[in-house]
Design a protein around this ligand. Structure first.
Ligand code: SAM
Length: 274
């Protein structure tokens, strides 16, 4: 199976359809089909899944997903200028690509899929974190997706994969560590994008834990917000409003510890003690 298709080069597509990048839409396009193919491969087997892509833009990653065996790609794009280019891809791949013009933040993902899904996207940075927390914080668990393979700014990628004592460890690391196995797959340099963003990016691959430690998401959020909101303070001070030392004792956590020293299991105990 060839992973490079016979459609026109992406630079030509962008030129032909007048897709000058818009900053407000977080448009930093990937033009190298070898790189988009590497991202698609990071998602593992694509056959047998519905693939969701957020923000296909001119379609570089979309084409790689289809060329790497995706049988159904559902792509949500907010910029109507991209639709004509995307419909050419859909035609080339016998309708395996379905494009929805809309806002990813308003999308009800579960209604779009008919079988287990994989989400693969070069996300617009301004909405990357809310999209991730929406997926990882899904009410239904195990969730509708089998994996998430996503591009973030490197600093956000490090926060997602961080563990205690790591300077990037915080609320995002606890949430993702509670419900998923998250790993950074590889970095992508600024020059790989058109136009280049200000910072290096990274691909993160997350797989849901089928049985995360039992805990209420709301309680976990309340605890981590308070604990990391004042991360330099000892927990007996930062968690004072939530029960302070008595709460810490119930969760078997030493009250002089700081948030960054507590692992996911510790936060789960605190959330359950709340
Ligand atoms: N996938 C393309 C690529 O890799 O070259 C484009 C990625 S670009 C970083 C982000 C894409 O998300 C753009 O096409 C942009 O128009 C789209 N986008 C921005 N905000 C969006 C939103 N709220 N909902 C859906 N798509 C959005």
């Amino acid at each position: 199976m060839s992973t490079i298709d016979t459609l026109p080069p992406l630079r030509e597509v962008i030129e032909e359809h007048g897709l000058a990048a818009k900053k407000a839409l977080g448009q930093n396009f990937l033009l190298d089909l070898n790189l988009t193919s590497r991202i698609a491969r990071t998602a593992g087997d694509l056959e047998g899944y519905d693939i969701i892509e957020v923000g296909p833009g001119p379609g570089g990653l979309t084409r790689a997903l289809l060329a790497n065996g995706a049988e159904r790609v559902i792509a949500v794009e907010r910029d109507p200028r991209c639709l004509a280019a995307l419909s050419q891809i859909s035609e080339h791949y016998d309708g395996k690509l379905e494009v929805i013009e809309g806002d990813a933040l308003e999308t009800d993902w579960e209604t779009l899929v008919t079988r287990k899904a994989k989400i693969v996207a070069n996300l617009p940075y301004n909405i990357a974190t809310p999209l991730l927390t929406g997926w990882v914080g899904s009410q239904n668990w195990p969730p509708f997706f089998e994996s998430l393979t996503l591009m973030f700014q490197r600093e956000v990628a490090e926060r997602i994969c961080a563990t205690p004592a790591d300077k990037h460890y915080g609320r995002l690391g606890v949430l993702c560590g509670w419900r998923t196995h998250a790993t950074k797959a590889f970095d992508v340099s600024r020059e790989a994008f058109s136009p280049p963003p200000k910072v290096t990016s990274s691909i993160v691959h997350l797989e849901p834990k089928h049985v995360p430690l039992p805990c209420s998401l709301k309680a976990l959020e309340t605890i981590t917000r308070a604990a990391f909101g004042q991360r330099r303070k000892m927990l007996r001070a930062s968690l004072k409003g939530l029960g302070g030392e008595a709460l810490l004792e119930r969760a078997e956590i030493v009250p002089t510890k700081r948030a960054e020293e507590i692992d996911v299991e510790g936060f789960v105990r605190l959330a359950n003690a709340l």
